[in-house]
Design a binder for this molecule. Sequence first.
Ligand code: AMP
Ligand code: ZN
Ligand code: ZN
Length: 408
Amino acid sequence: MKKVFPLLVVLVLFYFASCSIQSGSRIPASEQYVVMLSMDGFRWDYADRVETPYLDYIASRGVQAEYIKPAFPSKTFPNHYSMATGLYPDNHGIVDNNFTCTDLGLTYRLGDREAVENGDFYGGEPMWVTAEKQGVTSASFFWVGSEAPVQGIQPTYWKRYDGRVPFTERIDTVLYWLQLPIEKRPRLITFYFQEPDSQGHRTGPDSPEIDELVVQLDSLVGLLINGLKALDHYRYINLIVTSDHGMTEVSPDRYVDISEYTPRDWYERSHGGNPILHVNPKPGMIDSAFAILSEVENISVWKKADVPERLNYGTNPRIGDLVILADSTWSLGWGKPRNTYYTGGAHGWDNAKKDMHAIFYAMGPAFKINHRHPAIEVVDLYPLITRIMGLKPAEVDGKPERVEGMLR
Ligand code: AMP
Ligand code: ZN
Ligand code: ZN
């Protein structure tokens, strides 16, 4: 009998807690917030290897998808811009981390500030542009595309990328933005950590360093959740924690030197980087280069029009005439690699490969509780978020029907 009282209290508390959660579903879309964090290169299974109480918390109070599938190529820039626009790289124009833009007569490189901040490179409509056009204030603490005016528009608050800014400072700023007076407060916030990608490149996805880092990143997610909970308008806020791609182990023993088969001077241009190159053979050389490379083991080569349809890649003029892709876990390049190269981890391979898949967690008034969801794609984030916030979406490649089932 003694035990009944606490049990009753728990049941009553649970009833009221679930009522307050249920009432969240009545918050109009036009009053809901979305805060989206991308942790670069957070492979779908990293959180299964260590204790991640805060990611588990999001899953139990909200949604966890089996994985989120990157767009091809599974690299940072194409994917963050696909997350923002709902378009495949073929259709938004950021076709790799580095590429030649014959349409603009310019080269795009991830490390080149002038290029990264030149709005002419960026097609489609990032979600913050959709928001701002419809009178919704947005903010971004680092996101590919947010540093350039797209259709002449940037987030109201944005930051020039600087990887040295501590992650805690990024979280504090997001929480500060959320405490601005309502007329200045952003209702859409996107922000970014460059880990665990950098560590994954150095020591590989299966290293103890990754396990340790994932624990730290989870505690940062905890810091964010606790900061959000302290806000008066917490119950209006949806939190999404996701990533752009996974990571796989590489080795100098699994390397294809393209120049062993076709000399570098057969090509006018070569762009991209391990494990994908898009190249333009000199006039008259394309058929010979294609025929020779087709016979080489551990790589695939396609004329750009013949890239498999499932990769959604090959119609954009910024992609080279030939696309050369190493098989999963294999590397490729020009010339013999130095022995420090092709160790640790990398990404960029075929997006059907399990190792390229990443995490997706979400909770808040829009999301079902304790819901496990099948795989989604990075292009689905745009239809998901515009729907949650009651924004009229642009036409995109992402599929609302792949995400609707996770909403209340
Ligand atoms: P990746 O080569 O695909 O692994 O690219 C990951 C790297 O992209 C990160 O380590 C960052 O250094 C860089 N990065 C991410 N976002 C930005 C940005 N907005 N501007 C410049 N560099 C960025
Ligand atoms: Zn990345
Ligand atoms: Zn990376």
